[in-house]
Design a protein. Structure first.
Length: 206
């Protein structure tokens, strides 16, 4: 069986776990924190990052995008959440990249608040918040106006990645979110969280 290393409060791991549930690929969990269990994670990934996916034969994959590529291969082109080739694939990956970047900035802001609370770089925080706003505005402008998904009627990896990023941002930095200014993202977010695959992977465990 596959073994997934990390915690669901990581938007990078969460998008992998949600995708695995969507594809019906079972997995075991190894719940390790990159902070509390840094030494253990370092033995698995020298960058001390999650997610890490162990394949049934023992092979391991580090980066979440690499893991998603593997999962798409396992699911097959008919079910894959990322198109196999062409302009459609590039469009989905473009949205995924911005969603992934939004998650990255949300996590970076959390780390900064936790590790540099007594000596924050206000200029750096302002830059990250500005990047978050730009990412939200771009996603809102590019999302299909009719929905329910980013590209209209068909759900893609963009919806999972963006929702994982939005949920992390809502939980950690809610004041950075303005749903009134981003109604398309709110519609997408609500629709995704109602899916069984998201319900199976709660942001906060226990």
């Amino acid at each position: 069986m596959h073994r997934l290393v990390g915690q669901y409060d990581s938007p990078f791991l969460r998008r992998v776990a949600v995708t695995m549930h969507y594809y019906g690929i079972p997995y075991e969990r190894e719940v390790l924190s990159v902070f509390r269990n840094a030494d253990q994670v370092a033995e698995i990934n020298p960058l001390i990052k999650v997610p890490v996916l162990f394949l049934p034969d023992g092979e391991k994959i580090f980066d979440s995008q690499m893991i998603l590529d593997y999962l798409d291969e396992e699911a097959g082109p008919a079910k894959a959440l990322t198109p196999e080739k062409g302009a459609e694939r590039r469009a989905v990956l473009r949205a995924v990249t911005i969603g992934w970047g939004l998650a990255e900035k949300s996590v970076a802001l959390s780390i900064d608040k936790n590790m540099h609370a007594n000596a924050p770089s206000l200029q750096w925080r302002h830059r990250v918040r500005h990047q978050i706003k730009l990412a939200l505005d771009w996603l809102e402008a590019e999302a299909d106006p009719a929905g329910p998904w980013f590209f209209g009627e068909k759900m893609t990896q963009a919806d999972i990645t963006v929702t994982a990023a939005l949920d992390h941002l809502r939980f950690r930095h809610e004041r950075e979110l303005d749903w009134q200014a981003h109604p398309r993202l709110k519609r997408l977010y609500d629709a995704a969280l109602a899916l069984d695959c998201f319900k199976a992977v709660p942001l906060i465990e226990g």
